[in-house]
Design a protein around this ligand. Sequence first.
Ligand code: ADP
Ligand code: MG
Length: 335
Amino acid sequence: MKITEIGEFEFIKRIAQKFKVLPENLIGIGDDCAVIECDKDNCMLVTTDMLIEDVHFIKNKISAFDLGKKAVAVNISDIAAMGGKPHSAFISLGIPPETNVEWLDTFYNGMANILENYNLFLLGGDTTKSHEKLVINIGIIGYVEKRFLKLRSGARIGDAICVTGYLGDSGAGLKLLIQDKESYDPDETYLIERHNCPNPHVTEGVWLAQYAEVNSMMDISDGIDSDIKRIMEMSSCGAEIYLDKLPLSQSFVKICEKYGWDKYELAATGGEDYCLLVTINSENYDIIANEFQKKFSNPLTKIGKVLDSKSSFSYYLNNKKINLKSIGYDHFLIK
Ligand code: ADP
Ligand code: MG
């Protein structure tokens, strides 16, 4: 059997069964980070993510500096997803022999820049040769007070499903980048920037985590279509999403119209938004969303509702149930 027949997520489930059951003070496979209890009040968070040339990035479509920043940012985003603060990083590279050292210097300047901005320490890594493609693996360690830790598994029936930022900008940016155009208008430039320079929602995650009524949280890396299903799986629940409620930037809407792209489809499946997907007790949504708007000058947008485990997953557009043509990102399942 080929891995394309089961996909990334079935594969992870399959291999997870081979290892011994974890004690209560550890959380392993299945969330954005692993959680290690440090003492009765505090937890350490550990996450690792890999970026491979021509799978996650195309070297001539992103500057070395931005790639360095992005590789770290997508990992920091997983710490934000648990309500934590990042502390330190490990950087491992598989480098093709013909790689230019000046390019690597700039790439490391990008990583140093984001580490500095988030006050992170570099603690180590590994360097090896790779035959053809650049391979980047980043590991980040973070901390969270146990009472603020948020998991994918905490969603409750009736919760409001919310997001902390625009959806689809990054997916549209990627579509533009692979068009190979000579120049881009300001809206296109904005979307490409959103793809190349994601901004992990650490402050938003820490702020949301202080509310006991925030029941579950994760970051959006594969698109809500895929990511909401991770919450459903871990929380044993169903969900409905209202496509007409998805927060879309003006540039995104304009560019979707310009190229005839289905904006809802792209916003739900595009991926790499790196904002947060949270479920909040619906009675407390209004008050938390109000405070969020005051604090961040951005909306905490309600896009759906958590349903019981017997309900499946549905999309609605203007109160009518609809299906999307494609699915959220999976490394092995064909879109
Ligand atoms: P994220 O997109 O938030 O980084 P992933 O979907 O990559 O999360 O991973 C989901 C979970 O599966 C995480 O707990 C991750 O540590 C675990 N995981 C992914 N790949 C492997 C693997 N090859 N072996 C063990 N655990 C894995
Ligand atoms: Mg994640």
